[in-house]
Each structure stands twice: as C-alpha cells, then as structure tokens.
Design a protein around this ligand. Sequence first.
Ligand code: HAM
Length: 420
Amino acid sequence: MLTKAPRGTKDITPKDAYKWNYVEKKFRDICALYGYEEMRTPVFEHTELFKRSVGDTTDIVQKEMYSFKDKGERDITLKPEGTAGVVRAFIENKLYADTQPTKLFYITPCFRYERPQAGRQRQFNQFGLEALGSDNPSIDAEVIALSIQFFNEVGLKDLAVSINSVGCPTCRAEYNAKLKEYLDAKVDVLCETCLDRKDKNPMRVIDCKNPTCQENLTDIPYMIDHICDDCSTHFEKLKEYLTEMDVNFVVDKSIVRGLDYYKKTAFEIISNDIGSQSTVCGGGRYDGLVEQLGGPKGVSGIGFAIGAERLLLTLENNDIEIENPKSTDIFIATIGDHAKTKSFKLLKELRYNHISADNDHLDRSMKAQFKYSDKINAKFTVVIGEDELNNDSVTLKDMRASEQTTVKLSELVDELKKRL
Ligand code: HAM
C-alpha cells in the first residue's frame, strides 16, 4: 500500500513531465494572445461555495466531492472544478471594480470521486479560463475561438465543437414547467435518478445514460426550442461570430452540462479518439453566479475548462509527438580523484554561463562514463585527467560528429560558447 498511489491518481514522471510543460506553456501563450491573465486560487474552499455554485443536486456535489471537516470544524472541499474558486476570488479581491471584462486563466488540479478509467481520474488537471463582466456574445465567441486555437496549435485539428443554449431564468422557468409536465406523463419509464431529477432539476434528465430513459424520451422537449428572444438573439449572434471565424460547429440540443450555473451558451469540444471519455473541453456562460455568491448584481461570466489528462491522451492516440527538450550540453569525464576535484571549477563556470553540464557521481570507468554521456545525450564530452591538468589542455569530443580536438582548459568555456 505504501508504494501504491491512491486509486484515481497518477504520478507524472520525467518521462512525461516535459509534455505537461509543453502543453501548459502553450496554453499560457495562447491565453496571453487573447489578453487572459493568470489567476491562482486555493486547492480547497468552503464546501458551501460548491454547493451554491455547482449546485446541490448535481452528481459532483452529491457524490463526487472530497469534503471533510478540518481541525477547526470547518466544512472544507478540495476543488472539484475551477470556476467557483475564481468567481469567489473575483468577488473577494473586488476585481469587478477594475475596467471590465476581467479575463482570467488557470491551470489547476481538481478532485472528483469518480470511477477511474482512461481519461478519468480522481485527481486530474484543468486548463481553464473565465471572462467576467461582459454579457456580450462576442466574448462567448472569443473563448471558443481561444480553445480551438489552443487545440490546433498542439496539433489537434479534427475536433467537434458543439454549442447549445440552456436559456436564462426567465425562459427556463417556463420550460421547466413544460418539461415537468412531459416527464410526469413518463413516470413509469423513468429510472430512479430521473424520477428524482424530474422534481429537483428536470433538465438534467436529458443527460441520463440509462437506455430505458433514452428509448422512451426521444420526443423530450429541448430548452433551445423554448428560449426567449433575448437568449435567441444572443445565440444567433454567437453563431454569426463563429461563422465569421470559420469555426466548424454544430448545435447540439442535448448539451445540458453537469453543473447548475450555466445560462445561455453551453458548449463542448469532443475528440472521438479515447472512447467514452471524449469531452476534452466543456464550458459555458454563467450570468448570475457572481451575484448568487455574494458579489455585485449584473456581472456576467463565461468560461471553459480543458481536461489536461484527456488532452494528452488524445495527443498520444493521434500519434502527435512532443519533443523532449532534454539534452545536456557538456559531460565532464574525469580520470582519478584529483581531476574530479578540479573539474568542479569548470562545472561551476559552465553552469554559471548557462551551459548545461553534468559529471560522474558513481566513480565509473572511462568507458562507462562515455556510455553515460551518450545516454544523457550530451553534445560534447570533455576528458580531464592528470596529464590534461598538467598541460592545461583537455580533450573535447563532439559526440554527434564523433570528432576529437584538444583545447586549452583556460579557453574551454569560450570555445564551447562558440560551438554550442
Ligand atoms: P466540466 O465539464 O465538469 O466543466 O469539466 C471540464 C473538463 O474537465 C471536462 O471536459 C474533462 O475534460 C475534464 N474532466 C472532468 N472530470 C474529469 C475527471 N474525473 N478526470 C479527468 N478529466 C476530467 C467544469 O469543470 C467547468 N468548471 C468548466 C467551466 C469553466 N465552465 C465555465 N467556466
């Protein structure tokens, strides 16, 4: 047990860490292009925050949260998603008082107690962003375009973008009444979860994967067919902006999303390569959430989150390789104790000149040191022994060209600067 990580968690070893660095940097770079700045919020928050935002009746809040009482008897939860914390921080730090919109991104671990499978973990990572302070559909188009540019630049071009409108409080109330009426007539065929959802959160029935529900609810009314004029104008404008940017999208009426805060735009980006866990990005608008969490009235918001594990899995399944940038410039092979001691001055000088350098820490033979130099992909190997020290000259081997030259020890750093 001590040598096994908890179920649903994964180590990221150096074999993969460079890939994470690559995609994280790409996400940061793309966010910067669109004017999004980084926001870091705590890994845990008050449990109430998620109940109020994600929603009491959602699977996340009901079944999946890592919640506990801390030693001060506070109800604490490890964040199951990034939006709630960012909105809380937006209010607490009064970011709404600055010029709007406030455009924020984050890279964060999240925690959900789910059944682990490929692309689904209990600790996973989200690349997310939130744009607060504008209810204009142009910002909906912007966040969708940003995510697509990010996916494109990491090598994924073949993605399905699905958008929907889940209405606003005005039209949702009317729709919910219609939907409830419809579902009341179907109580005989609804699964237990849907019977419960029917009264508490009827729209979530659309997301049910139970085959009996799916078979019997084919004529279920969809929100988008009942949205008000305001929601409709918003959605039409969004489509117009996306079309202008040549974004290939489809309207998928069945997108309801598993979190309660969504209003108007909801969207998902799908990759078909990794089986059932194919949604690499999900997001939408959450007008009203700022006020609901105690912030000022009328501050809108929209954002998305990309599942980083799913992204990397998709890249792998598409044979998109990320180059490992690791390579050592210089390996210093030494013969004898005196040479090893003296090599430290050179190592320091190289590293202070930002030339990466390594040496032997296992008292290997010369042959084994060269083998190691090969393994770490060193560009040059410098050989220092007693003779080399006495004559102020070292052997410099260009590992790629397999060529050897003699260089004055005192001139070595300058020589390497020229050659690297
Ligand atoms: P979400 O759809 O719950 O949305 O999660 C976003 C993405 O996180 C999913 O599409 C998926 O790629 C990834 N994900 C979710 N659960 C897991 C898991 N157990 N293991 C691996 N990856 C997972 C949200 O979290 C919203 N906060 C997104 C948002 C931001 N909406 C507005 N702003």
